[in-house]
Structure formats: C-alpha cells, structure tokens
Design a binder for this molecule. Structure first.
Ligand code: GLY
Length: 314
C-alpha cells in the first residue's frame, strides 16, 4: 500500500513580497482541499482537478481569476490534466474568459477523442457543457493590470533570463499545479495558467503541452511544472523529470536534473512538483521563490523561499 500524497504549487518566479502570505495560505488551502477529496473517495483525477480549481479561484495566483494579461489586455489561459493510470490527457490552450480552464481540460479528456482544443473552438466546446465566458473584468485583478503596465515599459516580454535582460529580476508570478498519488499508486497531475504578462495574443506556453507542463504515468509518477514556458517546452521538463525518476532516481534528484538541464542548455528557469507511484514527493525551483504545499501522513508541509520547509500537524 502506498502512502497517499497531494502536492500543489502556486507558481515559480520572483513572487513579490506583497503576495507571499496570501500565496502560502492559498497553496495550503488547495493541498488540504485535494486531500479531502481523496479522503472522501475521489479519484486522483478528481483530486488534481479540485486542488487546481481552488488555486484558479484564488486571485493571488496566475490562473483562472488572477490570470496575467496579454499585451492587448485579454485573459487567455492554458491548462492540462493527465491520468497516470490510463495516460489519458486533456488540455486547453488560449481559452478566454472562463474561471476554471482545468474543468475544460478534463472535459476534453473525458468527452472528446482529442487531447487539446485551442482558442475559439475551446470556448465553444466549453459552452456546450455550461462553461460560458464571463465578463473578463471578473477575472482581472488590479495586480494583473499593474504588472502589465510595468512590463510594457520593457521590450522583452519573454522573461526567461534572470538578471540577463533589461528587465532584470522581474516581479512576476506564474502558474498553478497539482500532482497526486493515492493508496493504490495511481497518479495524476494538473496545471493551469494565465501564462506570462504581456504575452502576444495567441501565445501558448508549456502548461497545456504533455511532457512540458505536466506528465503522469502510474509506472513512474506525476509532475506539474512552472516557469518560463518557452524554456519548459524546449526542455520537455515534465517528461524529463519522469524519465529520470524512471531510472530509479528519487523525486528531488529528478527535478534538479530537469531544472539543471533547462538552465544549462536553454538558459531557462522554473520549478516543479512531483510524486512517485511509491509515494515519494518533492519540489524544487531555480527561481527566487515558489509557493508549494503538500499533505502526507496527517501533516501539512509548505514553503515559498529556497530551503524553507514548515510542517504542521493536521
Ligand atoms: N509556465 C507558464 C507559461 O509560460 O505560460
């Protein structure tokens, strides 16, 4: 029997101080929400979806409500969900103005023969299941508007290169995700994002790409990634991490390997959370911060700064 674990992240990047406390509270709430679904008999896919919905509904995170804005001030979001037992996956790209893209990703996985729908087609599909566009102002936070105004002062909006662009050490935050393993060793992951501030309209990042933004395979484990999508896609970061885990390496070593490869070969930065099918869990990030939390064996673990790992009894 495997010791179940639910881990979530609230996005790698600098994460300004004004967001620290609310980010920590948000990942704790989401991890507890996912674990409750598991305790109530939900599947690992139910858990991943519920945890990510909790994060999407929290305006502190760059996903769903709170998504960052495109250069032309639109809300365009990406998400993925993957079932490690069947390796079925669903993803949505550049969907507009809905609160919970992960719900649409799951519907695509379960109700269509496809893996990904994008743009207008994704919105049309969602509306067939009662998920209609909302007034975008309901999803846009004052912080997202301020961040867009800040980024517009700079020319390089693809901010992968820490301290190496004219926009050094950006204040941004990024993406949410969950990885879960249950008592039977079944795994799932989900990732959701508003992308990167001031992105070009129509730009799709790593989050909805299988093997980049997430990956789940019951033979090894599940991963959700965060960070610069342009780098994560080239590194196939989630698949890299699962591949290294598949050689017998522990979760943390595998994530470090993926992040190191991405930095040395692509000069890209980010973070990841992962669980193994045996119940190992870990998180790492190469950015200044990444809020994360997990529940395992009656304890809630969390942190946001490098090396920070706080444990609370439940
Ligand atoms: N990691 C999210 C993005 O780049 O879109």
């Amino acid at each position: 029997m495997v010791e179940p674990v639910v881990i979530v992240h609230g996005g790698a990047w600098a994460v300004p101080e004004i967001l620290w406390d609310r980010s920590i509270a948000g990942v704790k709430t989401a991890a507890l929400r996912g674990y409750k679904v598991l305790q109530e008999g939900g599947s690992v896919v139910d858990v991943a979806e519920a945890a990510v919905i909790s994060l999407e509904d929290n305006p502190v995170f760059d996903a769903g409500t709170g998504s960052v804005l495109t250069f032309d001030e639109q809300v365009e979001m990406d998400a993925i969900i993957m079932n490690g037992a069947t390796m079925e996956a669903g993803a949505v790209a550049a969907i507009r103005n809905i609160p919970n893209p992960v719900k649409v990703a799951r519907l695509i996985m379960e109700k269509t023969p496809h893996v990904m729908l994008a743009g207008e087609g994704a919105n049309k599909f969602a509306s067939q299941y009662g998920i209609n566009e909302v007034d975008k102002e309901l999803l846009i936070t004052p912080y997202a508007k301020e961040e867009l105004a800040e980024y517009k002062k700079y020319t390089n909006t693809v901010y992968c290169l820490f301290n190496k662009t004219e926009h050094a050490n950006p204040v941004g935050h990024d993406t949410v995700g969950c990885a879960v393993v249950d008592q039977k060793g079944h795994t799932a992951c989900a990732t959701s994002t508003g992308g990167i501030t001031a992105k070009m309209p129509g730009r799709v990042g790593d989050s909805p790409i299988i093997g980049a933004g997430g990956y789940a395979d019951d033979e090894v484990g599940a991963v959700s990634t965060t960070g610069c999508g342009e780098a994560i896609m080239k590194a196939c970061l989630a698949r890299h991490i699962v591949s290294v885990m598949g050689t017998g390496q522990d979760v943390v070593t595998a994530i470090k390997s993926g992040l190191n490869h991405m930095e040395t070969r692509i000069n890209g930065f980010g973070g990841a959370i992962a669980v193994s099918c045996k119940g190992d869990v870990g998180m790492q990030f190469s950015t200044p911060r990444m809020p994360w939390a997990y529940v395992r064996q009656g304890k809630l673990h969390y942190g946001i700064h490098p090396g920070q790992h706080i444990i609370e009894d439940l």
